[in-house]
Design a protein around this ligand. Structure first.
Ligand code: 6PG
Length: 472
């Protein structure tokens, strides 16, 4: 028995991908640095299946059909390089390695440069969907040469999630394009999650709703335009009971978040490329602030919010406004993410297809949502769309949602509830849509103290310096 593909790294994502591949008809070889993990898997979850457990890397490589396909599912960074170095001497020209972890796209670019001259195809394939996705159909974002893509295409398209008969896996572009798309996916995931948390905070703090009440609101929202995996997750979480106290389990969860780095990478790239990613930025910073739990506990005794504010408006109107704020802010976050793709494609020479990206995010991945169909349609209408907000569908949604959006943000501010992602999204909308910004004053200030020159509105292209009055 020879394997169609081999997988290195049997943590839960790796195991589940193997079981998924096997179920779809492929024979899979597996290898793990600690052999007992392989034995446990082939005799346990993998028992009786077309899975070959290899004892050594040499046995593993020998068990693969040519051209050999090796998928790496280990921690991003040095462990990936360690596996590459171990397997490389055993491979021959035409074989392929693909890394399915959350790798930094520049690492993938470096690895492609090192391996392609040796005749080894190298791909960075972002995989999203958590444990469930890996087991039953993830969204896969492969990057590398076109030739390499053709080699893995039959397997990847078969094991990925399928939406309306289409695989949630398409070729993203050369070298690090797949990892880049996955990184931005994660940045957007951070944004979506933070926006949901802000909606939750307004409902519980301003309206005093219980987790159970909010569970109903989110379940309701999941039936409409916000229909998505993360809204569904939220309603399930809010409905879960704590066995110990009998109350809502979410109320017992410590408000202190961790992060593994993909949100930060999104921001680093946005800054580097000069693109605004303010919704994602707010999400990353909200996690950073949340982690300062001890400082916040101490500060809560010293710094006080607004006194004697009581919500006296209509509850249903505020709930509806929070819905609109969530939907509009989400559109802004995706508009920023796709604008980032546009700049990155120019910078790195990738032919990123925005419609394809929206298509493969419709199923399998963490940010899967009905609204991705609307994004796909927008890029079908105009593949060169400069900003998602300018698509007629999204323009009309923003127009319709903005009064509720403003009301929700204003109410939160009045009540001392922080809504950094709602606010940053609204500020982006209000800045982008205005012909005139206060930057005329900024340019004058720069010229005043640094002779940086400025451009006159009545003589574009002409930069002048003024000796501004130093006293009046
Ligand atoms: C996915 C997820 C997954 C993970 C991220 C974010 O697409 O399946 O994005 O990759 O959730 O690494 O994790 P952190 O929130 O810990 O940064």
């Amino acid at each position: 028995m020879q394997a169609d593909i081999g997988l290195v790294g049997l943590a839960v994502m790796g195991e589940n991908l193997v079981l998924n591949m096997e179920e779809k008809g492929f024979t899979v070889a597996v290898y793990n640095r600690t052999h007992s993990v392989v034995e446990k898997f082939v005799n346990g979850r993998g028992a009786g299946k077309k899975i070959i457990g290899a004892k050594t890397m040499a046995d593993f490589v020998k068990s693969l059909k040519k051209p050999r396909k090796v998928m790496i599912m280990v921690k991003a960074g040095a462990p990936v390089d360690a596996v590459i170095n171990e397997v490389l001497p055993l491979l021959e020209k035409g074989d392929l390695i693909t890394d399915g972890g959350n790798s930094l796209f520049t690492d993938t670019q470096r690895r492609v440069k090192e391996l392609e001259p040796k005749g080894i195809h190298y791909m960075g394939s972002g995989v999203s969907g958590g444990e469930e996705g890996a087991r039953h159909g993830p969204s896969i974002m492969p990057g590398g040469s076109k030739e390499a893509w053709e080699i893995v295409k039959p397997i990847f398209t078969k094991i990925s999630a399928q939406v309306e008969g289409e695989a949630c896996c398409r070729y993203m572009g050369t070298d690090g394009a797949g990892n880049y798309v996955k990184t931005i996916h994660n940045g957007i995931e951070y944004g979506d999650m933070q926006l949901i948390c802000e909606a939750y905070d307004i409902l519980r703090t301003v309206l005093g709703m219980s987790a159970k009440d909010m569970q109903g609101v989110f379940a309701d929202w999941n039936k409409g335009e916000l229909d998505s995996f993360l809204i569904e997750v939220t309603s399930h979480v809010l409905g879960a009971k704590d066995e110990k106290t009998g109350g809502a389990l979410v109320d017992m969860v410590l408000d202190k978040a961790g992060q593994k780095g993909t949100g930060k990478w999104t921001l680093q790239s946005a800054t580097e490329l000069g693109v605004v990613a303010s919704t994602i930025n707010a999400a990353v910073e909200a996690r950073i602030l949340s982690a300062l739990k001890d400082q916040r506990v101490a500060a809560s005794k010293i710094l006080h919010g607004p006194k004697d504010v009581k919500f006296e408006g209509d509850k249903d109107t505020l709930v509806k406004s929070v819905h609109d704020a969530l939907y509009a802010s989400k559109i802004i976050s995706y508009a920023q993410g796709f604008a980032l793709f546009g700049r990155a494609a120019q910078e790195y020479g990738w032919k990123l297809n925005f419609g394809d990206i929206a298509t493969i995010w419709r199923g399998g991945c963490i940010i899967r949502a009905r609204f991705l169909n609307r994004i796909k349609e927008a890029y079908d209408r105009n593949p060169n769309l400069e900003n998602l907000m300018l698509d007629p569908f999204f323009t009309s949604v923003l127009d319709r949602a903005q009064s509720g959006w403003r009301y929700a943000v204003a109410t939160a501010v009045q009540h001392g509830v922080a809504v950094p992602a709602f606010g940053a999204s609204l500020a982006y909308f209000d800045s982008y849509r205005r012909e005139s910004l206060p930057t005329n004053l900024l340019q004058a200030q720069r010229d005043y103290f640094g002779a940086h020159t400025y451009e006159r509105t009545d003589a574009l292209g002409t930069f002048v310096h003024t000796e501004w009055p130093h006293s009046l």
